[in-house]
Design a protein around this ligand. Structure first.
Ligand code: ATP
Ligand code: MG
Length: 445
């Protein structure tokens, strides 16, 4: 993409409404525009990152054999009356009437609808286990929408649901989700720590929240610092192997890590003092096993191996896809702007022409641009007729991890400059080498 043709409404001034850095940078970098409180338009740059994040979620769910599907945002109130949540949900639920006076709502989550799909079509244990998920817009009329996409009213969420014959199978699904989430967040350049959470009104003993540590996080968290050393990395897990998934869960959840809701001073005191940490965190995901709560309420039953009816064991599993943009920026930025991890960057590399209009510089930039594209990479070429200073400012703000700077002086010596946004380190090298270097970085992702 050539920046002269791209829609990138970068703001010069600091937006006053933004209290935290991710909100400020998303507005300044022209990624989002508020439409009304807690509701945003996603401009091209923001939308690109949103889709990258969504894509990673899809790839990791597919790896575990979970099936993508899509349910409507506007749902009839009937099912929600059947489960008892139409009244229980309270003011966070946006209620709508259609022209016939029927009660509808904008979905805040989808346990009811997916259970209805399930009970309408699945009658035998032979069709289990089953896990389906969607990535769909949700609406919760939050009391205090704030921090941009972090706590919106309309937000994009992955919600997955498992249907199993027994508690043991459902706990395997729980473990499987934990494994997929660890890998999902790491691919986005985040360490998200699973912490024991409070199951709240859904009930059930098993729930973990995934928290990204950040000073601006809304939750207070308590953990054993040894957890910071854990990485999931490139492990090849067989998702059908109960013991393998269980072992990962144990590895990542055996040390103390809790949110303020479940924090226990006495248990925390058993962690050696030098390893005790108190910090703030952003919840980017949560997994639940809640047994037969919904299958009881909505009568989801299948015929078991012995011919007798069996109530389905379920769990639900969420990822805050739109919130993740904020969380990634909170964890990856400096005073000049965003620093995207390679896994989610909107463009792989920026090309900065120091002297647009100079024949040699223009030709070298066009050539770099073509070479990157030929290798399947997605470059952003700043070909605008602007001062170099303004171009550097824009590149730093939008945070592409790699930048190639091209100027007449370097070209005389046959070199361009390759710069890492994260370290600020630059290296002069021939254009073909700069291309090969960038290509090699992304080849490993
Ligand atoms: P919170 O405690 O932050 O209100 P929650 O526990 O109610 O969130 P879940 O029902 O677990 O949220 O939803 C799954 C994920 O969706 C959360 O882990 C979070 O990342 C994201 N999420 C929830 N509410 C919002 C919101 N208002 N704006 C953006 N993302 C949200
Ligand atoms: Mg939650």
């Amino acid at each position: 993409m050539r920046l002269s043709r791209y829609f990138l409404p970068v703001l010069k001034e600091t937006p006053r409404e933004a209290q935290i850095v991710s909100h400020r940078y998303m507005l300044q970098a022209g990624m989002i525009k508020q439409a009304s409180a807690g509701i945003y338009s996603w401009l091209p740059l923001g939308f690109k990152v949103l889709k990258k994040i969504e894509n990673i979620v899809h790839e990791e769910q597919a790896r575990a054999g979970h099936m993508a599907m899509l349910m409507p945002t506007i749902q009839s109130a009937d099912l929600w009356r059947e489960s008892g949540r139409y009244d229980a949900y309270g003011d966070e639920m946006l209620r709508i009437k259609d022209r016939g006076g029927r009660d509808m709502l904008y979905t805040p989550t989808a346990e009811e609808l997916i259970t209805d799909v399930f009970r309408s079509h699945v009658t035998s244990y032979k069709d289990l286990p089953l896990t389906m998920y969607q990535i769909q817009w949700k609406f919760r009329d939050e009391v205090r929408p704030r921090f941009g996409v972090m706590r919106g009213r309309e937000f994009y969420m992955k919600d997955g649901y498992n249907f199993d014959l027994s508690k043991e199978d459902a706990l395997h699904a729980y473990n499987r989700h934990l494994v997929t989430y660890l890998r999902t967040f790491e691919r986005m350049g985040l360490q998200a720590i699973p912490m024991r959470a409070d199951s709240g009104p859904i009930g059930g003993d098993y729930t973990h929240e995934f928290l990204v540590l950040a000073d601006t996080g809304e939750s207070e968290v308590f953990y054993d610092s040894e957890i910071s050393d854990l990485t999931f990395g490139d492990r090849d897990i067989n998702f059908d192997d109960y013991a393998a998934c269980q072992a990962v869960l144990e590895e990542f959840t055996s040390r103390y890590a809790r949110t303020d809701e479940t924090h226990d001073e006495a248990a925390f005191a058993e962690v050696p003092e030098a390893r005790r940490r108190t910090a703030r965190g952003i919840e980017v995901g949560q997994i639940f096993y809640f047994g037969t709560t919904y299958s009881d309420k909505l009568d989801a039953t299948v015929q078991g191996p012995d011919g007798k009816p069996v109530k389905i064991h379920m769990g639900s599993h969420g990822i805050g896809v739109s919130r993740l943009l904020g969380a990634i920026i909170e964890a990856n930025h400096d005073d000049n702007g965003i620093i995207w991890p390679e896994g989610v960057t909107p463009f792989h590399v920026g090309i900065l022409n120091m002297r647009s209009g100079d024949a040699a510089a223009d030709a070298a930039c066009n050539d770099l641009y073509a070479k990157f594209k030929a290798l399947g990479l997605d470059p952003l070429y700043d070909d605008r007729d602007e001062r170099a200073g303004a171009k550097f400012g824009t590149m730093d703000m939008i945070g592409l991890p790699w930048r190639v700077t091209v100027g007449p002086r370097g070209l005389k010596n046959g070199v361009v400059e390759l710069t890492s946004r994260r370290t600020g380190e630059s290296e002069e090298l021939p254009p073909e080498e700069a291309v090969a270097r960038v290509a090699a970085i992304y080849a490993n992702l």
